[in-house]
Design a protein around this ligand. Structure first.
Ligand code: C2E
Ligand code: MG
Ligand code: MG
Ligand code: MG
Length: 275
């Protein structure tokens, strides 16, 4: 009896795995089509300065699937990465952001756009050529953009990655280290690479200002960053107490639901008009 139950559980487990594998294949297929059919969209979330003025808009990718609705990047980015489709997606995001930055500037909004790149992007020898090529084609000045990369992009940073980062910087694209403090060697990377700024991960912001450990960590990060001449952005700011603490301690830019959720480009403009 007990054995039978065990076998049943195993069979059940097997069919669950099979179902997951099948769903995964379906998702891959749909994502391939989504790229061809133009089902991706960019949402934008502002980063405000100490006067609450939007300075930078972070482009955040969304998939508007005909069958699944609006899908979060947490679901599809890992699949795009496994299939290397992310390389094509990143180029699309970058070109789209170039156009949007120009369009906003024509409308009188001087917002820069921050673009997230995948670790896989940085392991392509032609990344710098590709991005600089798109800037040229679109006629977008590099100073209208910023690039965000996570530590995982630097894990096996060989000479090629170093060279790519140097060329992107020389082209005028500022580099920001995203999710700062959550990796294994954040300080090593600050020592090795010439970043323009860091984004303090929202796990450190979440318990400000009540948790004394968060307070000490964020103050420490800010002191260090200022001494290194780095611009500091705090992500995940959800209330005014967090915002006040961060401003008081010299954080340059704040981003989070307290100010605005990621939204479509047209809604960003509406928001600015009402501000
Ligand atoms: P990220 O770059 O660290 O982006 C911040 C994430 O935090 C966004 O989630 C944003 O919506 C969310 N967020 C912003 N403010 C708050 C807040 O106050 N509270 C909370 N709880 N969350 C907040 P999203 O848009 O789901 O993106 C998740 C991640 O997906 C991004 O993390 C980024 O790593 C990746 N991603 C998004 N767009 C792209 C893209 O175009 N290319 C690549 N390679 N990755 C992307
Ligand atoms: Mg980011
Ligand atoms: Mg981040
Ligand atoms: Mg994050």
């Amino acid at each position: 009896r007990a054995k039978g139950a065990g076998r049943n559980r195993l069979a059940c487990f097997d069919s669950q795995l099979a179902a997951e594998a099948e769903e995964r294949q379906r998702l891959e297929g749909e994502l391939r089509l989504a790229l061809e059919r133009g089902e991706f969209e960019l949402f934008y979330q502002p980063q405000v300065d100490t006067d609450n003025q939007a300075q930078v808009m972070e482009a955040l990718l969304r998939w508007r699937s005909p069958s699944r609705g609006l899908v979060s990047p947490a679901v599809f980015i890992p699949v795009l990465e496994d299939t290397r489709l992310i390389l094509e997606a990143s180029r699309w995001v970058f070109r789209q952001a170039c156009r949007q930055a120009l369009s906003w500037r024509r409308q009188g909004y001087n917002w820069r756009i921050a673009i997230n790149l995948s670790p896989l992007d940085f392991h392509q020898p032609d990344l710098a050529d590709t991005l600089i090529g798109i800037l040229d084609e679109e006629g977008t000045p590099a100073e209208l953009l910023e690039l965000e990369l996570t530590e995982s992009a630097l894990l096996e940073a060989d000479d090629m990655v170093q060279e790519t980062l140097r060329r992107l910087k020389d082209a005028g694209l500022p580099l920001f280290l995203d999710d700062f403090g959550t990796g294994y060697a954040s300080l090593t990377y600050l020592q090795q690479f010439r970043f323009d700024g860091i984004k303090i991960d929202r796990q450190f912001v979440a318990e400000l200002p009540d948790n004394p450990r968060s307070v000490a960590l964020v103050r420490g990060i800010l002191t260090m960053a200022v001494q290194l001449g780095l611009e500091v952005v705090a992500e995940g700011v959800e209330n005014e107490r967090q915002a006040a603490f961060l401003r008081l301690n010299g954080c340059h830019r704040l981003q989070g639901f307290h100010f605005a959720r990621p939204q479509r480009a047209a809604d960003c403009v509406r928001l600015a008009v009402h501000a």
